[in-house]
Design a binder for this molecule. Structure first.
Ligand code: MCF
Ligand code: ZN
Length: 328
């Protein structure tokens, strides 16, 4: 059996970022919006670098509106994830893209997403949990509204709070109020850091936001003291190797630091981030890692256990997912 066939746990997937180009093209067509500039000659998403990626992402998202469309997207995402052997996944969803921060509208989006997720669970045996996500370059005020929406809807489905976006403009500390508010509502915390922001953004995330997990965090290796701190605090990294390669952080999988982080004792997991943007899938991530580092079924079993331990869900759900992981 190929390692790509193994059951998988994924912790880092952006809901809109998982929308296939054909899905977005269809919506643009229906709404008479010209989005031709965001697609390349092969029909994939076009972007030159990280900043351009963020604007392409925002343009694509602009045609995705209403609970019904998010429900359809959820069905498409979970079908694709299940095809890839994913048995548990967490996705980043943002009130900024779902009702613009209005709690009533946000509840409607969530209800539609949850209904689609329940149907997918019954059909494919895949569980979804939602991590409500602030967009970093939207600033502190918006993050407070996002945290308020998260706190109001914390429960069985919304189990985490996070932040993505451009690490350039505002420090992590700018968002400490929002993260504190989410924590008080019982949500578990993660933030993107150490991708383009460098090791200092990971330090800030640990010190100012009290997160349990870090999205990416791959540049932590540049600071040995930080690596020690991650190990001591048992912080789990949501590593997305294919995303990092396409966005130009590392030239290829073989040069990716995931192996070195693992050797240093840091808890690492593997995710796709925005699969159609980065021409990847969970199967492909496993294949490439196996090729680059010789990882076999036991390495991936360890990786999945780490992911399940760090998952933002309750003990009953973890036990259910653990059973699915055993069914090889
Ligand atoms: O992980 C990648 C690259 N690094 C930072 N941010 C993002 C990534 N994919 C999507 N994002 C951001 C994007 O700015 O997350 C937000 C978007 O606004 C959406 S979270 C529902
Ligand atoms: Zn991400």
């Amino acid at each position: 059996m190929s390692v790509a066939d193994l059951p998988k746990v994924e912790l880092h997937l952006h809901h809109e970022g998982a929308a296939p180009p054909a899905f977005i093209k269809q919506l643009a067509h229906e709404k008479n919006v010209d989005l031709s500039k965001i697609f390349d000659a092969n029909g994939g998403y076009a972007f030159r670098d990280f900043v351009h990626f963020l604007s392409t992402y925002e343009d694509a998202t602009s045609v995705l509106t209403g609970p019904e469309e998010f429900a359809r997207l959820t069905t498409a995402i979970l079908e694709e994830s299940a095809k890839n052997g994913v048995v548990y996944t967490e996705s980043f969803i943002s009130p900024d893209f779902c009702g613009g921060g209005d709690v009533g509208a946000w509840r409607e989006y969530l209800a539609a997403i949850q209904e689609a997720a329940n149907a997918a669970e019954a059909k494919h045996g895949i569980t979804l949990r939602g991590v409500v996500t602030a967009v970093r370059h939207f600033g502190a005020d918006k993050s407070k509204t996002t945290a308020h929406c998260a706190a109001e809807t914390a429960g069985d489905f919304v189990t985490g709070f996070g932040m993505g976006g451009d690490e350039g403009q505002f420090t992590q500390g700018t968002f400490s109020y929002a993260f504190d508010q989410a924590k008080e509502a019982g949500l578990q915390l993660t933030t993107h850091a150490g991708e383009f922001g460098g090791p200092e953004s990971v330090w800030d995330a640990i010190k100012d936001l009290n997160v349990e997990r870090i999205g990416h965090g791959v540049r932590s290796l540049e600071d040995p003291a930080l690596v020690k701190e991650l190990v001591a605090r048992q912080i789990t990294l949501e590593v997305c190797p294919g995303s990092n390669v396409v966005l130009g952080l590392f030239p290829d999988f073989a040069s990716h630091p995931i192996q070195k982080l693992r050797d240093a004792g840091v808890k690492v997991t593997v995710s796709t981030d925005d699969p159609p943007f980065f021409h990847t899938t969970m199967r492909r991530e496993y294949e490439e890692l196996s090729r680059a580092f010789g990882w076999d079924a036991s390495d991936f079993a360890e990786l999945n256990q780490t992911a399940l331990d760090a998952a933002f869900c309750d003990a009953d759900t973890k036990a259910k997912v653990a059973k699915r992981l055993e069914q090889v």
